[in-house]
Design a protein around this ligand. Structure first.
Ligand code: NAP
Ligand code: MG
Length: 405
């Protein structure tokens, strides 16, 4: 007799943002094999594939971000950010902006990236036992700078003209010869959003939060970051952190780097925009694989958008189109789905969704630790008895493990 399991019911939809190329193929397989057999999946579907972004003049991206504000939880597939080559390939009306940039601007969010740890894919840093999550401030500094090439002797000044016309100025440098010059800014409101996203996320995952900048050298710019974090922590989060048994601390960026290298992991490292750009590549490479990094955008008012940190894996997609076999790693995309389902379950008080997400993640890890993996991992694993699976067979193997747990 066949036992028909009842599917887990959902009460609120997840905002589903479909995407491009190989990840779009994986997306469908993951839903069919790993989610829909077990969950009576409710989503509000937005097709962020490049063709539909072009057809809707990118309105679909804006609509999907607004839907995240309404429902609170989203899961996003990787998407193409158009460049000149894509203009031609997809016959685009315009070079549409990066969807992630558009969504981040609407949600005012911070991106948290963390590696998925499995036995057999060892970090290059021996002391690291737990994931290190990088939180990168995604506004301003050198990414919105003004620069000048200085041709020869002269005075460079910073001038602020207030609305009433009054001026404040300070000399940057009296040039005696040629050189270069740069002006940067940030906003208290953006720094405060960044801080709140970090504090909320630390409470969410119950991990310590580190924040580092260079306030000893940058006594106004970086010091303002430090002060805003401290003020918000003291007035809004101190007690909550104590209750959760976690800590917040600020240190200098060079001290942070030294501590990170000697740490066991298991904390969130909040970084200014440039530091986050550099350090997130360092962390993901040192943990082994970009295909094993998860990413979640958290807004200061508590909306969550989950995705994989990698792109659309274009090269594999072209092989797929030619009918060749691909071995594309779907782990980070599966974890984007489990992250969103777990959060939905938490917000709607449906513990079965969280239990499902936990079990599916355990199944993924057990499958890899049991020696079944995609080619990218097979190339770097320390396990000796390895079976390399194609894209589809890996997902099927995860399902088989799930059924056996
Ligand atoms: P990518 O898609 O991350 O792929 C770069 C290379 O990394 C791949 O060619 C592959 O190496 C390896 N790789 C990445 N993810 C993998 C996975 N899941 N399984 C196996 N191997 C994986 O980056 P890209 O080629 O620079 O970008 C492709 C497109 O993605 C671009 O149009 C870009 O705009 C977009 N993108 C989107 C996002 C996003 O939506 N969040 C992020 C980054 C890039 P091998 O070819 O050597 O196997
Ligand atoms: Mg970078």
């Amino acid at each position: 007799m066949e036992i028909i399991m009842e599917k887990i019911r959902m009460s609120t939809p997840i905002v589903e943002m479909d995407g491009d190329e190989m990840t779009r193929i994986l997306w469908k397989m993951i839903k069919e094999e790993l989610i829909c057999p077990y969950v009576d999946l409710k989503t509000e579907y937005y097709d962020l594939g490049l063709e539909n972004r072009n057809a809707t003049d990118d309105q679909v991206t804006v609509d999907s971000a607004n839907a995240v504000k309404k429902y609170g939880v989203a899961v996003k597939c990787a998407t193409i950010t158009p460049n000149a080559a894509r203009m031609e390939e997809y016959q685009l009306k315009e070079m549409w902006k990066s969807p992630n940039g558009t969504i981040r601007a609407i949600l005012d969010g911070t991106v948290f990236r963390a590696p998925i740890i499995v036995k057999g894919i060892e970090p290059y840093v021996r002391s690291w036992k737990k994931p290190i999550t990088i939180a990168r401030h995604a506004y301003g500094d050198v990414y919105k700078n003004a620069e000048m090439v200085i041709p020869g002797p002269g005075r460079a000044e910073l001038v602020y003209t207030a609305e009433d016309g009054s001026e404040t100025r300070t000399t940057v440098f009296d040039f005696k010869g040629a050189g270069v010059l740069q002006g940067m800014h940030n906003l208290n409101s953006s720094i405060a959003s960044f801080a709140r996203s970090c504090f909320n996320y630390a409470l969410d995952i119950r991990q310590d939060l580190w924040f580092a900048a260079k306030d000893t050298i940058s006594k106004k710019y970086d010091h303002t970051f430090k002060d805003i974090f401290q003020e918000i922590f003291d007035s809004e989060y101190k007690e909550k952190f104590a209750e959760a048994g976690i800590t917040y601390f600020y240190t200098l960026i060079d001290d942070a780097v030294a501590r990170v290298m000697k740490s066991e992991g298991g904390f969130i490292w909040a970084c200014k925009n440039y530091d986050g750009d550099v350090m997130s590549d360092m962390i993901s490479s040192a943990f082994g694989s970009l295909a094993m990094m998860t990413s979640v955008l958290v807004s200061p008012d508590g909306n969550y958008e989950y995705e994989a940190a990698h792109g659309t894996v274009q090269r594999h997609y072209y092989k797929y189109l030619k009918g060749e076999e691909t071995s594309t790693n779907s782990v980070a995309t599966i974890f984007a789905w489990t992250g969103a389902l777990r959060k939905r379950g938490e917000l709607d008080a449906i513990p079965e969704l969280g239990q499902f997400a936990d079990r599916l993640e355990r199944a993924v890890i057990a499958t890899i630790e049991g020696g079944k993996m995609t080619k990218d991992l097979a190339l770097i694993t320390s396990l000796s008895d390895v079976t390399v699976l194609n894209s589809q067979d890996f997902i099927r193997a995860v399902r088989a493990t799930y059924e056996s747990l």
